[in-house]
Design a protein around this ligand. Sequence first.
Ligand SMILES: Cc1cc2nc3c(=O)[nH]c(=O)nc-3n(C[C@H](O)[C@H](O)[C@H](O)COP(=O)(O)O)c2cc1C
Length: 201
Amino acid sequence: MNTLWIEGSPKGDDALSSQLAEAFLEGTRYQRFSVWDEDLLRFGHDAAVAKFAPLFGESVTAQQQDIWQQVLDEIERVRSFDRLVISSPMWNWHIPHALKAWIDIIVQPIASFTLDAGGRHVGTLGDGKPVQLILTRSSAYDGRHPELNDFQRPYLEYVFGMLGYRVQTLVIEPTTRWTPEERAQMRTEAIELARRAGHHH
Ligand SMILES: Cc1cc2nc3c(=O)[nH]c(=O)nc-3n(C[C@H](O)[C@H](O)[C@H](O)COP(=O)(O)O)c2cc1C
Protein backbone atom coordinates (compact mmCIF):
# COMPACT_ATOMS: atom_id res chain seq x y z
CA MET A 1 0.00 0.00 0.00
CA ASN A 2 1.35 3.38 -1.01
CA THR A 3 0.27 6.33 1.13
CA LEU A 4 0.32 10.04 0.40
CA TRP A 5 0.85 12.00 3.61
CA ILE A 6 -0.46 15.53 3.26
CA GLU A 7 1.20 17.68 5.89
CA GLY A 8 -0.88 20.67 6.97
CA SER A 9 1.38 22.26 9.59
CA PRO A 10 4.17 24.57 8.44
CA LYS A 11 6.27 23.58 11.48
CA GLY A 12 7.58 20.40 9.85
CA ASP A 13 9.27 18.04 12.29
CA ASP A 14 8.44 20.40 15.18
CA ALA A 15 4.70 20.03 14.56
CA LEU A 16 2.82 17.70 16.86
CA SER A 17 0.46 16.76 14.01
CA SER A 18 3.48 15.83 11.84
CA GLN A 19 5.06 13.77 14.63
CA LEU A 20 1.74 11.96 15.07
CA ALA A 21 1.53 11.26 11.33
CA GLU A 22 5.08 9.84 11.33
CA ALA A 23 4.19 7.58 14.26
CA PHE A 24 0.99 6.49 12.51
CA LEU A 25 2.92 5.73 9.30
CA GLU A 26 5.86 3.98 10.97
CA GLY A 27 6.96 0.94 8.99
CA THR A 28 4.81 1.72 5.94
CA ARG A 29 5.64 3.08 2.51
CA TYR A 30 4.62 6.71 2.16
CA GLN A 31 5.37 9.95 0.42
CA ARG A 32 5.46 13.14 2.48
CA PHE A 33 3.95 16.20 0.86
CA SER A 34 3.77 19.57 2.56
CA VAL A 35 1.01 21.89 1.41
CA TRP A 36 3.46 24.69 2.32
CA ASP A 37 5.75 23.68 -0.56
CA GLU A 38 6.50 26.91 -2.42
CA ASP A 39 6.21 25.15 -5.78
CA LEU A 40 2.56 24.29 -5.14
CA LEU A 41 0.28 25.57 -7.87
CA ARG A 42 -1.49 28.79 -6.90
CA PHE A 43 -5.19 28.52 -7.76
CA GLY A 44 -5.81 32.12 -8.79
CA HIS A 45 -7.51 34.09 -11.56
CA ASP A 46 -6.69 31.82 -14.51
CA ALA A 47 -7.60 28.61 -12.71
CA ALA A 48 -10.87 30.08 -11.43
CA VAL A 49 -11.84 31.19 -14.96
CA ALA A 50 -10.76 27.86 -16.48
CA LYS A 51 -12.86 25.95 -13.92
CA PHE A 52 -16.16 27.36 -15.18
CA ALA A 53 -15.35 28.12 -18.84
CA PRO A 54 -16.43 24.68 -20.18
CA LEU A 55 -19.75 24.88 -18.29
CA PHE A 56 -20.47 28.29 -19.82
CA GLY A 57 -19.15 27.32 -23.25
CA GLU A 58 -16.41 29.94 -23.04
CA SER A 59 -12.96 29.57 -24.58
CA VAL A 60 -9.82 29.65 -22.45
CA THR A 61 -6.40 31.15 -23.11
CA ALA A 62 -3.31 28.97 -23.56
CA GLN A 63 -2.19 29.99 -20.08
CA GLN A 64 -5.54 29.03 -18.56
CA GLN A 65 -5.39 25.70 -20.35
CA ASP A 66 -1.89 25.13 -18.99
CA ILE A 67 -2.97 25.92 -15.42
CA TRP A 68 -5.95 23.61 -15.82
CA GLN A 69 -3.66 20.79 -16.94
CA GLN A 70 -1.63 21.29 -13.76
CA VAL A 71 -4.86 21.01 -11.72
CA LEU A 72 -5.74 17.73 -13.47
CA ASP A 73 -2.18 16.43 -13.00
CA GLU A 74 -2.39 17.07 -9.26
CA ILE A 75 -5.71 15.20 -9.06
CA GLU A 76 -4.20 12.24 -10.94
CA ARG A 77 -1.16 12.27 -8.63
CA VAL A 78 -3.50 12.00 -5.62
CA ARG A 79 -5.53 9.27 -7.34
CA SER A 80 -2.39 7.16 -7.84
CA PHE A 81 -2.09 6.53 -4.07
CA ASP A 82 -3.95 3.77 -2.20
CA ARG A 83 -4.46 5.85 0.93
CA LEU A 84 -4.20 9.42 2.20
CA VAL A 85 -3.07 10.60 5.61
CA ILE A 86 -3.80 14.25 6.36
CA SER A 87 -2.21 15.85 9.41
CA SER A 88 -3.39 19.30 10.38
CA PRO A 89 -3.54 21.73 13.28
CA MET A 90 -6.62 23.86 13.82
CA TRP A 91 -6.08 27.46 12.78
CA ASN A 92 -8.77 29.94 13.75
CA TRP A 93 -11.34 27.16 14.20
CA HIS A 94 -10.63 25.84 10.70
CA ILE A 95 -7.67 24.44 8.78
CA PRO A 96 -4.50 26.36 7.82
CA HIS A 97 -4.98 28.35 4.60
CA ALA A 98 -2.29 26.36 2.76
CA LEU A 99 -4.25 23.14 3.28
CA LYS A 100 -7.43 24.83 2.07
CA ALA A 101 -5.52 26.15 -0.97
CA TRP A 102 -4.50 22.58 -1.86
CA ILE A 103 -8.09 21.33 -1.38
CA ASP A 104 -9.20 24.08 -3.79
CA ILE A 105 -6.96 22.42 -6.40
CA ILE A 106 -8.10 18.82 -5.98
CA VAL A 107 -11.87 19.30 -5.57
CA GLN A 108 -13.13 19.62 -9.15
CA PRO A 109 -16.38 18.60 -10.83
CA ILE A 110 -15.91 15.79 -13.34
CA ALA A 111 -12.25 15.28 -12.40
CA SER A 112 -12.74 14.33 -8.73
CA PHE A 113 -16.52 14.22 -8.16
CA THR A 114 -19.65 14.11 -10.22
CA LEU A 115 -23.40 14.40 -9.69
CA ASP A 116 -25.94 11.58 -9.86
CA ALA A 117 -29.35 11.83 -11.54
CA GLY A 118 -30.78 13.31 -8.34
CA GLY A 119 -28.12 16.05 -8.25
CA ARG A 120 -26.27 14.46 -5.35
CA HIS A 121 -22.47 14.52 -5.14
CA VAL A 122 -20.70 11.28 -6.01
CA GLY A 123 -16.98 11.19 -5.21
CA THR A 124 -14.81 9.63 -7.90
CA LEU A 125 -11.35 10.45 -6.54
CA GLY A 126 -11.54 8.41 -3.33
CA ASP A 127 -13.35 5.41 -4.80
CA GLY A 128 -13.77 3.91 -1.31
CA LYS A 129 -10.09 4.25 -0.38
CA PRO A 130 -9.19 5.22 3.19
CA VAL A 131 -8.14 8.64 4.41
CA GLN A 132 -6.83 9.06 7.94
CA LEU A 133 -7.19 12.53 9.47
CA ILE A 134 -4.77 13.39 12.29
CA LEU A 135 -5.87 16.62 13.93
CA THR A 136 -4.45 18.80 16.68
CA ARG A 137 -5.84 21.85 18.44
CA SER A 138 -5.06 23.85 21.53
CA SER A 139 -8.52 23.81 23.05
CA ALA A 140 -11.05 21.07 23.72
CA TYR A 141 -13.97 20.80 21.28
CA ASP A 142 -15.58 17.83 23.01
CA GLY A 143 -18.43 19.76 24.60
CA ARG A 144 -16.49 20.97 27.63
CA HIS A 145 -16.71 24.46 26.16
CA PRO A 146 -19.95 24.55 24.15
CA GLU A 147 -19.19 28.10 22.97
CA LEU A 148 -16.25 26.81 20.89
CA ASN A 149 -17.00 25.88 17.29
CA ASP A 150 -15.01 23.26 15.39
CA PHE A 151 -14.91 23.79 11.61
CA GLN A 152 -11.70 21.76 11.22
CA ARG A 153 -12.93 18.22 11.76
CA PRO A 154 -16.40 18.49 10.15
CA TYR A 155 -14.98 20.33 7.12
CA LEU A 156 -12.28 17.75 6.39
CA GLU A 157 -14.63 14.83 7.05
CA TYR A 158 -17.23 16.37 4.73
CA VAL A 159 -14.87 17.19 1.85
CA PHE A 160 -13.02 13.88 1.81
CA GLY A 161 -16.23 11.90 2.33
CA MET A 162 -17.73 13.83 -0.57
CA LEU A 163 -14.72 12.91 -2.73
CA GLY A 164 -15.47 9.25 -2.09
CA TYR A 165 -12.96 8.44 0.65
CA ARG A 166 -13.63 6.35 3.76
CA VAL A 167 -12.71 8.83 6.49
CA GLN A 168 -11.20 7.97 9.86
CA THR A 169 -10.24 10.65 12.36
CA LEU A 170 -7.80 10.86 15.25
CA VAL A 171 -8.10 14.05 17.31
CA ILE A 172 -5.54 15.11 19.88
CA GLU A 173 -6.83 17.91 22.14
CA PRO A 174 -6.35 20.06 24.08
CA THR A 175 -2.68 20.34 23.13
CA THR A 176 -1.86 23.39 25.23
CA ARG A 177 -0.66 22.30 28.65
CA TRP A 178 0.82 24.78 31.06
CA THR A 179 3.99 23.04 32.30
CA PRO A 180 6.81 21.51 30.23
CA GLU A 181 6.22 18.19 32.04
CA GLU A 182 2.53 18.16 31.11
CA ARG A 183 3.37 19.04 27.51
CA ALA A 184 5.98 16.26 27.29
CA GLN A 185 3.55 13.72 28.76
CA MET A 186 0.76 14.76 26.41
CA ARG A 187 3.14 14.41 23.44
CA THR A 188 4.37 10.95 24.51
CA GLU A 189 0.84 9.65 25.08
CA ALA A 190 -0.46 11.13 21.81
CA ILE A 191 2.39 9.65 19.77
CA GLU A 192 1.77 6.24 21.33
CA LEU A 193 -1.93 6.53 20.46
CA ALA A 194 -1.09 7.42 16.85
CA ARG A 195 1.40 4.54 16.59
CA ARG A 196 -1.22 2.08 17.83
CA ALA A 197 -3.85 3.48 15.45
CA GLY A 198 -1.39 3.04 12.59
CA HIS A 199 -0.68 -0.56 13.48
CA HIS A 200 -4.36 -1.41 13.31
CA HIS A 201 -4.36 -0.68 9.58
C1 LIG B 1 -2.30 30.68 13.44
C2 LIG B 1 -2.80 29.74 14.51
C3 LIG B 1 -4.16 29.70 14.80
C4 LIG B 1 -4.65 28.81 15.77
N1 LIG B 1 -5.99 28.75 16.02
C5 LIG B 1 -6.48 27.85 16.91
C6 LIG B 1 -7.88 27.73 17.16
O1 LIG B 1 -8.71 28.41 16.57
N2 LIG B 1 -8.30 26.84 18.09
C7 LIG B 1 -7.44 26.05 18.78
O2 LIG B 1 -7.89 25.25 19.59
N3 LIG B 1 -6.11 26.12 18.57
C8 LIG B 1 -5.61 27.01 17.64
N4 LIG B 1 -4.26 27.08 17.41
C9 LIG B 1 -3.36 26.17 18.16
C10 LIG B 1 -2.94 24.94 17.39
O3 LIG B 1 -4.02 24.29 16.78
C11 LIG B 1 -2.26 23.97 18.34
O4 LIG B 1 -1.16 24.59 18.96
C12 LIG B 1 -1.82 22.70 17.65
O5 LIG B 1 -1.49 21.75 18.63
C13 LIG B 1 -0.60 22.96 16.75
O6 LIG B 1 -0.35 21.78 16.04
P1 LIG B 1 1.01 21.54 15.22
O7 LIG B 1 2.13 21.46 16.25
O8 LIG B 1 0.75 20.25 14.60
O9 LIG B 1 1.20 22.67 14.23
C14 LIG B 1 -3.74 27.97 16.47
C15 LIG B 1 -2.37 28.04 16.16
C16 LIG B 1 -1.89 28.90 15.20
C17 LIG B 1 -0.42 28.93 14.89
